[in-house]
Design a protein around this ligand. Structure first.
Ligand SMILES: C[S@@+](CC[C@H](N)C(=O)[O-])C[C@H]1O[C@@H](n2cnc3c(N)ncnc32)[C@H](O)[C@@H]1O
Length: 353
């Protein structure tokens, strides 16, 4: 049994023909009434997946310290503090608590949250009430002016097109519906325009392109160059070339990509080289999340928290640290990219001298 949105998409395909995987993903996540990121409460133990800020307060605290340091380096301007896809608001709440001690930082900021999901907006309103945030549907709606931006696990939710190299060249993977009810994958019979962005490769090679991710990185790069500022993009992904990575998760378990759209999380690995190129501005990294957090002082912060914790809490802090910075865990699966108007690497992007 598919979902209500699955039936709507199959109906649309029956009327107008197969759609790209990117169009399917945009509908499944963003349909105004039934899309997953319009109506779900996905993040956290009771949702479909968990994220770094929900694992430990240390994550948001260290990002807060990074943002405050960048603000000082910019000369303490009035600025827009922007988060793309703030989830439950935990990262930003931790970052703002950790920056209380930076004189003038809170007084200089206006908080802007880019979020489509109504139940998550309600949680963000509770977590961040003291900072009177303004919500936006899109980054382009954030007012002009100097900015500091953070996006954790946001780019992975942006639609991707998928391709496969065949004996006849690159072919796009499409979503069709042979019976007007079931959704199935099929390769487009002829070349589609995006195939020309792909390099030559062996038959059977898979590839993904996120036009939405590239367009957003370009918009962020243009802003930081024009208005001054820095953006920190954190996500799981590759330095370059993502193969076929689109995956579906429901209730903390893997699911079929075409199964129950609107009730299933869809995400794809982020191609950081493509984002950096599209930003067309100075970029630093990507560096593994573990290196980034260690350089910002995660281990020292963990020791401080443990010094006033019970034995059970100390064990939980150690487990969270291992998850955030461990090899073959978030420490190496996730990467961090900075886009900014500077020439030397910000904190976390090189070993301290
Ligand atoms: C994977 S969650 C990450 C949440 C949070 N950053 C964290 O680390 O816990 C993705 C977030 O981006 C939001 N989101 C996804 N696609 C979006 C879009 N196209 N426009 C605006 N917000 C979106 C979701 O509602 C959610 O808040």
């Amino acid at each position: 049994m598919t979902s209500e949105l699955g039936r709507l998409i199959a109906h649309r395909i029956a009327l107008t023909g197969p759609i790209s995987v990117a169009d399917f993903m945009a509908e499944a996540l963003g349909h105004p009434r039934l899309g997953y990121y319009r109506r779900a409460l996905p993040v956290g133990a009771a949702g479909d997946f968990t994220t770094a800020p929900e694992i430990s307060q240390m994550f948001g605290e260290l990002i807060g310290a990074w943002l405050a340091e960048r603000w000082l380096a910019m000369g303490r301007p009035a600025f827009n503090l922007v988060e793309l896809g703030p989830g439950r608001g935990t990262l930003m709440a931790d970052a703002l608590r950790a920056t209380r001690g930076t004189p003038g930082f809170h007084a200089s900021l206006r908080l802007h949250l880019v979020e489509t999901d109504a139940p998550l907006r309600a949680l963000q309103a509770q977590a961040l009430a003291a900072f009177a945030p303004t919500w936006h549907e899109r980054f382009d709606d954030v007012p002009t002016g100097p900015l500091l931006l953070v996006a954790n696990e946001f780019f992975d939710a942006l639609p991707v097109r998928q391709f496969e190299k065949t004996a006849h060249g690159w072919r796009e993977r499409m979503v069709g519906s042979p019976d007007g009810e079931t959704l199935t994958f099929a390769l487009a019979p002829g070349a589609t325009p995006f195939a020309r962005f792909l390099p030559d490769a062996a038959e059977g090679t898979q590839a993904e392109i996120s036009e939405a991710g590239r367009a957003l990185a370009g918009a962020i790069g243009a802003r930081v160059k024009r208005d001054r500022g820095w953006a920190l993009i954190i996500d799981y992904g590759y330095d370059s070339g993502a193969g076929r990575s689109l995956q579906a998760v429901r209730g903390h378990k893997g699911a079929g990509i075409l199964e129950r759209p609107g009730e299933t999380d869809l995400s794809a690995h982020v191609d950081f080289a493509a984002l950096a190129a599209a930003a067309d501005a100075p970029t630093f990294g990507p560096v593994p999340q573990g290196d980034f957090l260690r350089r910002l002082g995660l281990l020292q912060r963990a020791e401080t928290l443990k010094s006033r914790a019970s034995a059970a809490q100390r064990a939980a802090i150690d487990a969270a640290s291992a998850r955030l910075i461990g090899k073959d865990r978030m420490g190496t699966l996730f990467r961090v990219l900075a886009v900014g108007d500077g020439t030397s690497p910000p904190a976390g992007f090189s070993e301290a001298p």
